[in-house]
Write a protein that binds this ligand. Sequence first.
Ligand code: AMP
Ligand code: MG
Length: 490
Amino acid sequence: MTQNANPIKHQIYLSLPNDMYTQLTPKRVESPALLALNHDLLHQYGVESDWFEDVEGINFLSGNGDYSSSDPVAMAYAGHQFGYYSPLLGDGRAHMLGQIQTRDGNYVDVQLKGSGRTPYSRGGDGRATVGAVIREYLIGEAMAGLGIPTTRTIAILSTGENVMRDYQMVPGGIQVRAASSHIRVGSFQYAYAKSGESGVKALADHLIEHHYPELSDLDDKYPALLEAIGNRQAHLIAKWMLVGFIHGVMNTDNMSLVGETIDFGPCAFMDEFKAGKVFSSIDRESRYAWNQQANIGYWNLSRLAETLLPLFDSDDEQAIKIAETRLQPYVSTFQDAFQQGLKAKLGITSDSEIAEDLINHALPTLEREGIDFTLFFDALTRHAQGESDAQLLSLFSAPDVGQAWLSQWEQVRDRGEDVISAMRRANPALIARNHQVEKAIDDAMERNDFTLFHRLAEALKTPYDVSEDNRDLQAAPEPQERVLRTFCGT
Ligand code: AMP
Ligand code: MG
Protein backbone atom coordinates (compact mmCIF):
# COMPACT_ATOMS: atom_id res chain seq x y z
CA MET A 1 0.00 0.00 0.00
CA THR A 2 1.37 3.40 -0.91
CA GLN A 3 1.06 6.00 1.77
CA ASN A 4 -1.24 8.08 -0.35
CA ALA A 5 -3.94 5.48 -0.92
CA ASN A 6 -7.46 5.86 0.39
CA PRO A 7 -7.70 3.39 3.31
CA ILE A 8 -11.53 3.36 3.29
CA LYS A 9 -11.78 0.31 1.07
CA HIS A 10 -14.70 -1.72 2.39
CA GLN A 11 -18.45 -1.38 2.63
CA ILE A 12 -19.81 -4.11 4.86
CA TYR A 13 -23.33 -2.68 5.00
CA LEU A 14 -24.00 -3.58 1.36
CA SER A 15 -24.63 -7.14 2.48
CA LEU A 16 -27.63 -6.03 4.55
CA PRO A 17 -31.10 -6.10 2.93
CA ASN A 18 -31.16 -3.15 0.55
CA ASP A 19 -34.06 -1.39 2.26
CA MET A 20 -31.66 -0.73 5.17
CA TYR A 21 -29.77 1.95 3.25
CA THR A 22 -29.67 4.20 0.21
CA GLN A 23 -26.57 4.37 -1.99
CA LEU A 24 -25.61 7.95 -2.67
CA THR A 25 -22.64 10.29 -2.56
CA PRO A 26 -22.09 13.17 -0.13
CA LYS A 27 -22.98 16.64 -1.46
CA ARG A 28 -20.32 19.03 -2.76
CA VAL A 29 -19.26 21.99 -0.62
CA GLU A 30 -17.79 25.37 -1.48
CA SER A 31 -14.22 25.18 -0.17
CA PRO A 32 -13.36 22.40 2.25
CA ALA A 33 -10.48 22.80 4.69
CA LEU A 34 -9.09 20.42 7.25
CA LEU A 35 -9.46 21.84 10.77
CA ALA A 36 -8.00 18.95 12.74
CA LEU A 37 -6.77 15.45 12.08
CA ASN A 38 -6.57 12.78 14.76
CA HIS A 39 -3.08 11.39 14.09
CA ASP A 40 -3.09 9.25 17.22
CA LEU A 41 -6.29 7.49 16.25
CA LEU A 42 -5.07 6.76 12.73
CA HIS A 43 -1.82 5.51 14.19
CA GLN A 44 -3.78 3.19 16.46
CA TYR A 45 -5.56 1.82 13.40
CA GLY A 46 -2.23 1.33 11.65
CA VAL A 47 -3.15 3.82 8.92
CA GLU A 48 -0.87 6.52 7.48
CA SER A 49 -2.12 10.10 7.87
CA ASP A 50 -0.75 11.45 4.57
CA TRP A 51 -3.79 10.77 2.41
CA PHE A 52 -6.09 12.54 4.88
CA GLU A 53 -4.03 15.73 4.62
CA ASP A 54 -3.75 15.56 0.86
CA VAL A 55 -6.14 17.38 -1.50
CA GLU A 56 -7.52 14.03 -2.63
CA GLY A 57 -8.30 12.98 0.93
CA ILE A 58 -9.77 16.34 1.93
CA ASN A 59 -12.01 16.31 -1.13
CA PHE A 60 -13.12 12.75 -0.45
CA LEU A 61 -14.01 13.61 3.15
CA SER A 62 -16.00 16.70 2.24
CA GLY A 63 -18.27 15.68 -0.62
CA ASN A 64 -15.94 16.90 -3.39
CA GLY A 65 -14.11 13.65 -4.05
CA ASP A 66 -14.18 10.95 -6.67
CA TYR A 67 -16.54 8.27 -5.35
CA SER A 68 -16.50 6.09 -8.48
CA SER A 69 -14.66 3.26 -6.78
CA SER A 70 -16.41 3.44 -3.41
CA ASP A 71 -19.92 2.77 -2.12
CA PRO A 72 -21.15 5.47 0.24
CA VAL A 73 -24.55 4.87 1.82
CA ALA A 74 -26.98 6.66 4.10
CA MET A 75 -28.47 4.21 6.56
CA ALA A 76 -32.13 3.87 7.45
CA TYR A 77 -33.38 3.53 11.00
CA ALA A 78 -36.40 4.32 13.13
CA GLY A 79 -36.46 5.24 16.80
CA HIS A 80 -38.22 6.30 19.93
CA GLN A 81 -37.34 9.94 20.52
CA PHE A 82 -38.14 10.98 24.10
CA GLY A 83 -40.46 8.00 24.27
CA TYR A 84 -42.35 8.70 21.03
CA TYR A 85 -41.91 6.44 18.05
CA SER A 86 -40.79 7.78 14.66
CA PRO A 87 -41.02 5.09 11.99
CA LEU A 88 -38.38 6.71 9.76
CA LEU A 89 -35.36 8.65 10.94
CA GLY A 90 -32.15 7.48 9.26
CA ASP A 91 -28.97 9.33 8.33
CA GLY A 92 -30.43 12.72 7.51
CA ARG A 93 -27.06 14.40 7.26
CA ALA A 94 -24.58 11.57 7.30
CA HIS A 95 -22.88 9.43 4.72
CA MET A 96 -21.26 6.15 5.59
CA LEU A 97 -18.20 6.12 3.34
CA GLY A 98 -17.21 2.58 4.27
CA GLN A 99 -14.72 0.93 6.55
CA ILE A 100 -11.02 0.97 7.27
CA GLN A 101 -9.57 -2.38 8.21
CA THR A 102 -7.31 -1.79 11.19
CA ARG A 103 -3.98 -3.46 11.87
CA ASP A 104 -5.70 -6.00 14.14
CA GLY A 105 -8.15 -6.98 11.41
CA ASN A 106 -11.24 -5.16 12.72
CA TYR A 107 -13.40 -2.95 10.54
CA VAL A 108 -13.99 0.64 11.62
CA ASP A 109 -16.88 2.59 10.08
CA VAL A 110 -15.92 5.94 8.59
CA GLN A 111 -18.94 8.19 8.42
CA LEU A 112 -19.28 11.82 7.41
CA LYS A 113 -21.65 13.85 9.55
CA GLY A 114 -22.84 17.15 8.11
CA SER A 115 -22.25 16.02 4.53
CA GLY A 116 -25.52 17.09 2.93
CA ARG A 117 -29.12 16.08 2.51
CA THR A 118 -30.22 12.46 2.03
CA PRO A 119 -33.62 10.80 1.51
CA TYR A 120 -33.85 10.75 5.33
CA SER A 121 -33.35 14.48 5.89
CA ARG A 122 -37.01 15.40 6.33
CA GLY A 123 -36.96 19.19 6.95
CA GLY A 124 -33.26 19.35 7.84
CA ASP A 125 -30.50 20.97 5.79
CA GLY A 126 -28.18 17.97 6.00
CA ARG A 127 -25.43 20.07 7.50
CA ALA A 128 -23.58 20.44 10.81
CA THR A 129 -21.82 23.41 12.38
CA VAL A 130 -18.12 23.78 13.10
CA GLY A 131 -19.09 24.23 16.76
CA ALA A 132 -20.94 20.92 16.94
CA VAL A 133 -18.15 18.97 15.28
CA ILE A 134 -15.54 20.49 17.60
CA ARG A 135 -17.70 19.44 20.52
CA GLU A 136 -18.06 15.88 19.31
CA TYR A 137 -14.30 15.68 18.67
CA LEU A 138 -13.42 16.80 22.20
CA ILE A 139 -15.99 14.68 24.00
CA GLY A 140 -14.99 11.58 22.01
CA GLU A 141 -11.34 12.12 22.95
CA ALA A 142 -12.33 12.67 26.59
CA MET A 143 -14.33 9.43 26.67
CA ALA A 144 -11.51 7.48 25.01
CA GLY A 145 -9.00 8.94 27.48
CA LEU A 146 -11.24 7.74 30.31
CA GLY A 147 -11.27 4.25 28.84
CA ILE A 148 -14.97 4.43 27.97
CA PRO A 149 -15.99 2.77 24.68
CA THR A 150 -16.98 5.50 22.25
CA THR A 151 -17.24 6.64 18.68
CA ARG A 152 -14.37 9.00 17.90
CA THR A 153 -13.42 11.61 15.36
CA ILE A 154 -10.80 11.04 12.69
CA ALA A 155 -10.99 14.59 11.36
CA ILE A 156 -13.03 17.74 11.32
CA LEU A 157 -13.40 20.02 8.31
CA SER A 158 -14.95 23.35 7.56
CA THR A 159 -17.04 23.52 4.41
CA GLY A 160 -16.53 27.18 3.53
CA GLU A 161 -20.33 27.54 3.63
CA ASN A 162 -22.54 29.01 6.30
CA VAL A 163 -25.56 27.29 7.77
CA MET A 164 -28.54 28.81 9.53
CA ARG A 165 -28.96 27.92 13.20
CA ASP A 166 -31.17 29.79 15.65
CA TYR A 167 -31.71 32.60 13.12
CA GLN A 168 -27.96 33.08 12.70
CA MET A 169 -25.52 32.14 9.97
CA VAL A 170 -22.69 30.05 11.39
CA PRO A 171 -19.79 28.21 9.72
CA GLY A 172 -20.60 24.74 8.43
CA GLY A 173 -18.48 21.76 9.43
CA ILE A 174 -18.11 18.08 8.73
CA GLN A 175 -17.13 15.43 11.23
CA VAL A 176 -15.34 12.32 10.00
CA ARG A 177 -16.60 9.89 12.57
CA ALA A 178 -15.16 6.52 13.45
CA ALA A 179 -17.25 3.80 15.09
CA SER A 180 -17.07 0.04 15.51
CA SER A 181 -20.64 -0.05 14.24
CA HIS A 182 -23.51 2.25 13.36
CA ILE A 183 -26.20 -0.37 14.01
CA ARG A 184 -28.59 1.03 16.59
CA VAL A 185 -31.66 -0.16 18.49
CA GLY A 186 -33.51 1.99 15.94
CA SER A 187 -32.00 -0.05 13.08
CA PHE A 188 -33.77 -3.15 14.44
CA GLN A 189 -36.99 -1.19 14.94
CA TYR A 190 -36.85 -0.13 11.30
CA ALA A 191 -36.02 -3.62 10.01
CA TYR A 192 -38.81 -5.14 12.09
CA ALA A 193 -41.41 -2.70 10.80
CA LYS A 194 -40.18 -2.96 7.22
CA SER A 195 -39.69 -6.68 6.77
CA GLY A 196 -40.34 -8.44 10.07
CA GLU A 197 -38.44 -11.56 10.95
CA SER A 198 -36.22 -11.71 7.85
CA GLY A 199 -35.03 -8.11 8.26
CA VAL A 200 -34.30 -8.52 11.93
CA LYS A 201 -32.50 -11.81 11.32
CA ALA A 202 -30.21 -10.19 8.74
CA LEU A 203 -29.25 -7.47 11.22
CA ALA A 204 -28.77 -9.92 14.09
CA ASP A 205 -26.58 -12.15 11.90
CA HIS A 206 -24.54 -9.11 10.86
CA LEU A 207 -24.00 -8.12 14.50
CA ILE A 208 -23.03 -11.65 15.53
CA GLU A 209 -20.63 -12.04 12.61
CA HIS A 210 -18.84 -8.74 13.16
CA HIS A 211 -19.21 -7.98 16.86
CA TYR A 212 -20.30 -11.05 18.81
CA PRO A 213 -18.57 -13.93 16.95
CA GLU A 214 -18.37 -15.96 20.18
CA LEU A 215 -22.14 -16.49 19.90
CA SER A 216 -22.21 -17.75 16.32
CA ASP A 217 -22.28 -21.48 17.11
CA LEU A 218 -24.80 -21.34 19.94
CA ASP A 219 -28.23 -22.92 19.46
CA ASP A 220 -29.74 -19.97 21.32
CA LYS A 221 -27.59 -17.33 19.63
CA TYR A 222 -30.37 -14.71 19.24
CA PRO A 223 -31.44 -14.72 22.91
CA ALA A 224 -27.74 -14.78 23.81
CA LEU A 225 -27.21 -11.73 21.57
CA LEU A 226 -29.84 -9.76 23.50
CA GLU A 227 -28.16 -10.67 26.77
CA ALA A 228 -24.68 -9.83 25.44
CA ILE A 229 -25.85 -6.43 24.15
CA GLY A 230 -27.41 -5.76 27.56
CA ASN A 231 -24.19 -6.75 29.27
CA ARG A 232 -22.14 -4.23 27.26
CA GLN A 233 -24.75 -1.52 27.72
CA ALA A 234 -24.85 -2.06 31.50
CA HIS A 235 -21.08 -1.67 31.76
CA LEU A 236 -21.11 1.36 29.48
CA ILE A 237 -23.77 3.23 31.44
CA ALA A 238 -22.07 2.41 34.76
CA LYS A 239 -18.84 3.88 33.34
CA TRP A 240 -20.64 7.03 32.19
CA MET A 241 -22.21 7.57 35.57
CA LEU A 242 -19.01 6.98 37.50
CA VAL A 243 -17.38 9.97 35.78
CA GLY A 244 -20.50 12.15 35.97
CA PHE A 245 -21.35 11.85 32.27
CA ILE A 246 -24.86 12.58 31.05
CA HIS A 247 -25.48 11.46 27.47
CA GLY A 248 -28.43 13.78 27.12
CA VAL A 249 -30.36 12.16 24.28
CA MET A 250 -30.62 8.41 24.84
CA ASN A 251 -33.27 7.90 22.19
CA THR A 252 -33.34 4.37 20.73
CA ASP A 253 -31.78 5.70 17.53
CA ASN A 254 -28.84 6.97 19.59
CA MET A 255 -28.04 3.66 21.28
CA SER A 256 -25.37 1.56 19.61
CA LEU A 257 -25.60 -2.22 19.87
CA VAL A 258 -21.88 -2.74 20.39
CA GLY A 259 -21.70 -0.88 23.71
CA GLU A 260 -20.13 2.32 22.39
CA THR A 261 -21.15 5.85 23.30
CA ILE A 262 -22.69 7.39 20.16
CA ASP A 263 -24.57 10.54 19.10
CA PHE A 264 -23.76 12.53 22.23
CA GLY A 265 -24.92 15.92 20.93
CA PRO A 266 -26.09 17.76 24.05
CA CYS A 267 -24.10 15.58 26.48
CA ALA A 268 -22.17 16.95 29.45
CA PHE A 269 -19.95 16.00 32.34
CA MET A 270 -21.46 17.49 35.46
CA ASP A 271 -19.58 19.88 37.70
CA GLU A 272 -21.22 19.83 41.17
CA PHE A 273 -22.92 16.53 41.86
CA LYS A 274 -26.66 16.35 41.45
CA ALA A 275 -28.30 12.97 40.92
CA GLY A 276 -31.16 14.36 38.83
CA LYS A 277 -28.90 16.60 36.73
CA VAL A 278 -29.97 17.44 33.17
CA PHE A 279 -28.20 19.78 30.78
CA SER A 280 -29.94 19.26 27.48
CA SER A 281 -32.29 22.10 26.62
CA ILE A 282 -34.67 19.70 24.88
CA ASP A 283 -34.93 17.20 27.76
CA ARG A 284 -37.73 19.09 29.47
CA GLU A 285 -39.03 16.18 31.51
CA SER A 286 -35.60 15.02 32.74
CA ARG A 287 -36.07 11.71 30.97
CA TYR A 288 -32.32 11.43 30.44
CA ALA A 289 -31.08 12.78 33.78
CA TRP A 290 -27.84 11.35 35.24
CA ASN A 291 -29.70 8.97 37.55
CA GLN A 292 -32.22 7.87 34.90
CA GLN A 293 -29.69 6.52 32.44
CA ALA A 294 -29.62 2.90 33.64
CA ASN A 295 -33.43 2.72 33.57
CA ILE A 296 -33.50 4.18 30.10
CA GLY A 297 -30.90 1.66 28.98
CA TYR A 298 -33.31 -1.05 30.10
CA TRP A 299 -36.22 0.64 28.38
CA ASN A 300 -34.25 0.83 25.14
CA LEU A 301 -33.21 -2.82 25.43
CA SER A 302 -36.86 -3.73 25.89
CA ARG A 303 -37.67 -2.00 22.59
CA LEU A 304 -34.87 -4.01 20.99
CA ALA A 305 -36.18 -7.23 22.55
CA GLU A 306 -39.63 -6.61 21.04
CA THR A 307 -38.14 -6.70 17.57
CA LEU A 308 -36.23 -9.93 18.31
CA LEU A 309 -39.25 -11.92 19.54
CA PRO A 310 -39.86 -13.71 16.21
CA LEU A 311 -36.28 -15.03 16.35
CA PHE A 312 -36.77 -16.37 19.88
CA ASP A 313 -39.82 -18.59 19.47
CA SER A 314 -42.82 -18.96 17.17
CA ASP A 315 -45.01 -18.97 20.25
CA ASP A 316 -45.48 -15.37 21.40
CA GLU A 317 -45.79 -16.12 25.08
CA GLN A 318 -42.72 -18.32 25.07
CA ALA A 319 -40.77 -15.67 23.12
CA ILE A 320 -41.68 -12.99 25.67
CA LYS A 321 -40.55 -15.26 28.50
CA ILE A 322 -37.21 -15.76 26.80
CA ALA A 323 -36.82 -12.01 26.32
CA GLU A 324 -37.58 -11.31 29.97
CA THR A 325 -35.08 -13.92 31.11
CA ARG A 326 -32.35 -12.47 28.87
CA LEU A 327 -33.04 -8.85 29.85
CA GLN A 328 -32.89 -9.58 33.56
CA PRO A 329 -29.09 -9.87 33.98
CA TYR A 330 -28.74 -6.27 32.76
CA VAL A 331 -30.12 -5.00 36.05
CA SER A 332 -27.66 -6.78 38.35
CA THR A 333 -24.75 -6.28 35.94
CA PHE A 334 -25.34 -2.54 36.03
CA GLN A 335 -25.80 -2.45 39.81
CA ASP A 336 -22.66 -4.50 40.44
CA ALA A 337 -20.56 -2.47 38.01
CA PHE A 338 -21.76 0.81 39.48
CA GLN A 339 -21.35 -0.31 43.09
CA GLN A 340 -17.89 -1.77 42.48
CA GLY A 341 -16.90 1.40 40.65
CA LEU A 342 -18.10 3.60 43.48
CA LYS A 343 -16.17 1.52 46.01
CA ALA A 344 -13.05 1.85 43.84
CA LYS A 345 -13.55 5.63 43.70
CA LEU A 346 -13.76 5.74 47.49
CA GLY A 347 -10.86 3.33 48.02
CA ILE A 348 -13.02 1.00 50.08
CA THR A 349 -12.96 -2.79 49.92
CA SER A 350 -14.65 -3.55 53.24
CA ASP A 351 -18.21 -4.88 53.34
CA SER A 352 -18.78 -3.82 56.93
CA GLU A 353 -21.99 -2.09 57.88
CA ILE A 354 -20.23 1.18 58.54
CA ALA A 355 -18.43 1.00 55.16
CA GLU A 356 -21.74 0.33 53.45
CA ASP A 357 -23.27 3.28 55.24
CA LEU A 358 -20.50 5.58 54.03
CA ILE A 359 -20.77 4.29 50.45
CA ASN A 360 -24.54 4.76 50.40
CA HIS A 361 -24.29 8.27 51.76
CA ALA A 362 -21.28 9.49 49.80
CA LEU A 363 -23.12 10.85 46.77
CA PRO A 364 -26.05 12.31 48.74
CA THR A 365 -23.42 14.10 50.86
CA LEU A 366 -21.83 15.60 47.74
CA GLU A 367 -25.25 16.70 46.54
CA ARG A 368 -26.23 18.27 49.84
CA GLU A 369 -22.90 20.08 50.07
CA GLY A 370 -22.96 21.15 46.41
CA ILE A 371 -19.49 19.67 45.84
CA ASP A 372 -17.85 19.28 42.46
CA PHE A 373 -17.91 15.56 41.58
CA THR A 374 -14.51 15.36 39.86
CA LEU A 375 -12.64 17.68 42.25
CA PHE A 376 -13.93 15.72 45.23
CA PHE A 377 -12.73 12.32 44.07
CA ASP A 378 -9.46 13.75 42.80
CA ALA A 379 -8.77 15.45 46.14
CA LEU A 380 -9.75 12.28 48.02
CA THR A 381 -7.37 10.25 45.85
CA ARG A 382 -4.51 12.67 46.41
CA HIS A 383 -5.19 12.62 50.14
CA ALA A 384 -5.17 8.80 50.05
CA GLN A 385 -1.82 9.05 48.27
CA GLY A 386 -0.43 11.07 51.18
CA GLU A 387 -1.20 14.72 50.37
CA SER A 388 -2.75 16.92 53.03
CA ASP A 389 -6.53 16.95 53.42
CA ALA A 390 -6.73 20.73 53.05
CA GLN A 391 -8.02 20.70 49.47
CA LEU A 392 -10.61 18.06 50.22
CA LEU A 393 -11.88 19.89 53.30
CA SER A 394 -12.08 23.16 51.37
CA LEU A 395 -14.75 21.65 49.15
CA PHE A 396 -17.21 21.25 52.02
CA SER A 397 -19.56 24.01 53.16
CA ALA A 398 -17.87 24.12 56.58
CA PRO A 399 -14.64 22.54 57.90
CA ASP A 400 -16.38 20.53 60.64
CA VAL A 401 -18.76 18.94 58.10
CA GLY A 402 -15.77 17.86 56.00
CA GLN A 403 -13.85 16.74 59.06
CA ALA A 404 -16.74 14.55 60.21
CA TRP A 405 -17.03 12.90 56.80
CA LEU A 406 -13.29 12.39 56.55
CA SER A 407 -12.97 10.70 59.93
CA GLN A 408 -15.73 8.25 59.01
CA TRP A 409 -13.90 7.56 55.74
CA GLU A 410 -10.57 7.05 57.56
CA GLN A 411 -12.23 4.28 59.59
CA VAL A 412 -13.34 2.27 56.58
CA ARG A 413 -10.84 3.04 53.83
CA ASP A 414 -8.35 0.47 52.61
CA ARG A 415 -4.72 1.56 52.85
CA GLY A 416 -3.29 -1.02 50.46
CA GLU A 417 -1.06 0.26 47.63
CA ASP A 418 -3.13 -1.58 45.03
CA VAL A 419 -6.37 -0.08 46.33
CA ILE A 420 -4.89 3.41 46.19
CA SER A 421 -3.64 2.92 42.64
CA ALA A 422 -7.06 1.53 41.64
CA MET A 423 -8.54 4.66 43.21
CA ARG A 424 -6.34 6.79 40.94
CA ARG A 425 -7.56 4.86 37.88
CA ALA A 426 -11.18 5.31 38.99
CA ASN A 427 -10.92 9.05 39.57
CA PRO A 428 -9.97 11.28 36.65
CA ALA A 429 -8.36 14.58 37.53
CA LEU A 430 -9.58 16.04 34.26
CA ILE A 431 -12.92 15.89 32.47
CA ALA A 432 -14.17 17.79 29.44
CA ARG A 433 -15.73 20.62 31.40
CA ASN A 434 -18.64 22.32 29.68
CA HIS A 435 -17.27 25.79 30.12
CA GLN A 436 -13.89 24.80 28.64
CA VAL A 437 -15.49 23.04 25.69
CA GLU A 438 -17.76 26.04 25.06
CA LYS A 439 -14.76 28.37 25.25
CA ALA A 440 -12.82 26.24 22.78
CA ILE A 441 -15.79 26.43 20.41
CA ASP A 442 -16.19 30.21 20.84
CA ASP A 443 -12.48 30.83 20.26
CA ALA A 444 -12.57 28.74 17.09
CA MET A 445 -15.80 30.20 15.71
CA GLU A 446 -15.26 33.84 16.63
CA ARG A 447 -11.50 34.25 16.26
CA ASN A 448 -10.45 31.21 14.27
CA ASP A 449 -8.27 30.43 17.28
CA PHE A 450 -7.87 26.68 17.84
CA THR A 451 -5.34 26.92 20.68
CA LEU A 452 -7.69 25.81 23.45
CA PHE A 453 -9.21 23.12 21.22
CA HIS A 454 -5.77 21.57 20.64
CA ARG A 455 -4.78 21.94 24.30
CA LEU A 456 -7.94 20.17 25.43
CA ALA A 457 -7.68 17.45 22.79
CA GLU A 458 -4.16 16.70 24.01
CA ALA A 459 -4.76 17.00 27.76
CA LEU A 460 -7.91 14.85 27.73
CA LYS A 461 -5.90 11.89 26.46
CA THR A 462 -4.36 11.47 29.91
CA PRO A 463 -7.10 12.52 32.32
CA TYR A 464 -5.62 10.73 35.33
CA ASP A 465 -2.35 12.54 35.09
CA VAL A 466 -2.47 16.28 34.52
CA SER A 467 0.74 18.12 33.66
CA GLU A 468 1.64 21.33 35.49
CA ASP A 469 0.83 23.35 32.32
CA ASN A 470 -2.70 22.01 32.28
CA ARG A 471 -3.68 22.57 35.92
CA ASP A 472 -6.00 25.41 34.87
CA LEU A 473 -8.10 22.95 32.85
CA GLN A 474 -9.05 21.11 36.04
CA ALA A 475 -10.83 24.04 37.62
CA ALA A 476 -14.56 24.01 38.15
CA PRO A 477 -16.31 26.94 36.45
CA GLU A 478 -16.53 30.31 38.18
CA PRO A 479 -20.16 31.33 38.74
CA GLN A 480 -20.18 33.48 35.58
CA GLU A 481 -18.64 30.65 33.52
CA ARG A 482 -21.16 28.01 34.48
CA VAL A 483 -22.94 26.33 31.59
CA LEU A 484 -26.48 25.56 32.66
CA ARG A 485 -27.86 24.25 29.40
CA THR A 486 -26.41 22.40 26.45
CA PHE A 487 -27.92 22.47 22.99
CA CYS A 488 -27.81 20.05 20.12
CA GLY A 489 -26.71 23.13 18.17
CA THR A 490 -26.31 20.75 15.31
P1 AMP B 1 -29.85 13.38 16.36
O1 AMP B 1 -30.68 14.16 17.30
O2 AMP B 1 -28.60 14.09 15.88
O3 AMP B 1 -29.56 12.01 16.84
O4 AMP B 1 -30.73 13.23 15.03
C1 AMP B 1 -32.04 12.71 14.98
C2 AMP B 1 -32.47 12.59 13.55
O5 AMP B 1 -32.52 13.88 12.93
C3 AMP B 1 -31.55 11.75 12.67
O6 AMP B 1 -32.37 11.09 11.75
C4 AMP B 1 -30.70 12.79 12.00
O7 AMP B 1 -30.14 12.34 10.79
C5 AMP B 1 -31.69 13.91 11.77
N1 AMP B 1 -31.04 15.23 11.68
C6 AMP B 1 -30.47 15.94 12.69
N2 AMP B 1 -29.99 17.12 12.23
C7 AMP B 1 -30.24 17.15 10.89
C8 AMP B 1 -29.98 18.11 9.84
N3 AMP B 1 -29.36 19.26 10.08
N4 AMP B 1 -30.39 17.79 8.60
C9 AMP B 1 -31.02 16.63 8.35
N5 AMP B 1 -31.29 15.70 9.28
C10 AMP B 1 -30.92 15.95 10.54
MG1 MG C 1 -28.76 10.38 16.29
